[in-house]
Write a protein that binds this ligand. Structure first.
Ligand code: HEC
Length: 403
């Protein structure tokens, strides 16, 4: 019963998380795109710098941009702040992390072959990791380094790559992947919550009062917004990447994740430049394509099962009758019409592996989840051996025959 309720709660929270994230990133992309369309026209309001005209639905919208609060500005409490989107994304994301990775720590967060720790210790490491990364990042942004945006960006990226490696030494493959995604999301939200919104409030209050704003504060504002902007595409990959076992459950997944951050940043750079200058750069797309090719190569190189299959010799005529007992012993306790594994209330993703027919239908899925990657069994809970993986691999290489 508890598993049933947790399953539905997870589904509801996941829905909310995606809606809030779409609203957050949608608003952010909208404003970035808007920046390029501003123009000064005869009808632009006198105090405004420029405006944009838009049509949507049955309405025509004139959006004017002011560099300082205009005289006709309504009171600050009437300004639209775009806050709930970021806050709700983070809160629902943390709830999801708790429901999936903390409640199901044995399945998703811990892998005794990586680090044999009790669930409470892994959860404590995960939560404190999120807080510690934010504190380190925040200190970096408050340091004089903030005046050298490029150097700060490089250092922040190297720290992220180091964190990805550290996570791979502590959590299960999937746990490490999600910890990094959660870290990026936490840094982005904390930037908005602890710095961007409070600074914006100061600006709104200071300009009409004729006060000067600390230029260092504005530099920091620019850098933090830029980091959030460059992290926006990678963080979307992290949200959906747990459906891609080749990305998170192969030997060099920490490196793959680091390259994904660079790929997302390169593509974002293309759009930033286009919005700011109308130039359509080619190199960001070439870089992204080259790095994506590296990602694919790394996933092949890090596929432990592939190397064990090759080491076992050329594909032999392994028969289904030979691999069926392996699947029954290592997979069917979860992948059954009535799973017997605690915490699993229905066959995961509808995949049942109990009969020869079911194994045959899912041969390609078994290949992806248990051979090309080691996503299954989760955290190798059922202790499948490399020799067993190799046998299944040889059956698949020989054509996954039914006899
Ligand atoms: C301890 C329970 C458990 C065991 C044992 C297990 N699985 Fe899974 N399996 C899961 C869960 C949970 C999911 C859903 C993962 C998710 O939510 O992304 C899953 C998902 C899958 C999927 C669908 C993946 C997708 O995203 O479409 C396949 C295929 C699969 N497992 C194959 C296997 C194979 C093959 C084995 C044995 C080598 C195995 N599983 C052992 C729990 C298990």
């Amino acid at each position: 019963m508890a598993a049933f309720i947790i399953e539905w709660l997870t589904t509801g929270v996941r829905w909310l998380h995606v809606i809030a994230a779409v609203a957050w990133l949608g608003a952010s992309f909208y404003f970035q795109g808007l920046a390029r369309k501003f123009k000064r026209r005869a009808a632009t309001p006198a105090e405004a710098e420029a405006d944009v005209w838009e049509v949507r639905g049955l309405g025509f919208y004139q959006i004017a941009k002011y560099l300082a609060p205009p005289k006709a500005m309504p009171p600050p409490e009437e300004l639209v702040w775009y806050r709930w989107q970021a806050n709700t994304t983070w809160m629902s994301g943390f709830a999801l992390l708790t429901l999936v990775y903390y409640v199901g720590a044995q399945r998703y967060l811990i892998d005794p072959a990586v680090l044999d720790v009790p669930a409470w210790a892994a959860i404590a490491l995960s939560v404190s990791g999120l807080a510690a990364t934010w504190l380190v990042y925040d200190a970096l942004c408050r340091s004089p380094l903030v005046r050298n945006g490029r150097l700060l960006g490089v250092i922040a990226f190297l720290l992220l790559a180091a964190l990805a490696y550290a996570c791979s030494c502590v959590f299960s493959a999937r746990g490490a992947f999600m910890q990094l995604g959660a870290t990026m999301g936490t840094v982005m939200l904390a930037n908005v919550f602890f710095f961007i919104i409070p600074t914006l409030r100061k600006v709104v209050a200071a300009i009409p009062a004729g006060q000067r704003i600390d230029p260092d504060l504005l530099t920091q504002y620019g850098q933090r917004s830029l980091h959030n902007n460059y992290l926006s595409l990678p963080v979307v990959f992290m949200m959906i990447g747990n459906h891609s076992p080749l990305a998170f459950a192969t030997g060099y997944s920490w490196l793959i994740v680091s390259l994904i951050v660079l790929i997302g940043a390169a593509i974002r750079h293309f759009f930033n430049t286009m919005h700011a200058t109308r130039r359509k750069l080619v190199w960001p797309w070439c870089t992204a394509a080259a790095l994506f090719a590296c990602v694919i190569g790394l996933s092949a190189l890090g596929s432990r099962s592939a190397s064990t299959v090759l080491a076992a010799g050329p594909p032999q005529a392994v028969r289904l009758a030979e691999i069926k007992p392996i699947v029954l012993a290592r997979c069917s306790m979860c992948h059954a019409a009535q799973p017997v594994w605690p915490g699993i209330s229905a066959p995961p993703k509808g995949v049942m592996l109990q009969t020869s027919e079911q194994i045959l239908i899912h041969a390609a899925d078994i290949n992806r989840e248990a051979l090309l990657s080691s996503a299954m069994p989760p955290a190798n809970l059922t202790g499948i051996t490399d020799a067993e993986r190799a046998r299944i691999g040889q059956w698949i290489l020989a054509g996954a025959r039914a006899d």
